[in-house]
Design a protein around this ligand. Sequence first.
Ligand SMILES: [Zn+2]
Length: 81
Amino acid sequence: MFDDNQDTYYPVLIYFQLSISKIQGIIMKDHLCTVRGYIYEQKNGDPDAGIKAGTSFEEIPDDWECPDCGSPKEDFEELED
Ligand SMILES: [Zn+2]
């Protein structure tokens, strides 16, 4: 009686993938440099330093520096909106 399960499985998969992309949109967080107020926006990245748009703050290499004042990542804090 469960032989037809394949017909219903696919839409569930699509729904699941849509949910994941929604969650990823929500966790895009901007980060504020506490020294001079520069804001790292994940959606823009930092192309001048080779950081592609969409790169999360956590994915930025540890030797990255604030483009405004040269502070290290430790001087940034997460922004809540
Ligand atoms: Zn800075």
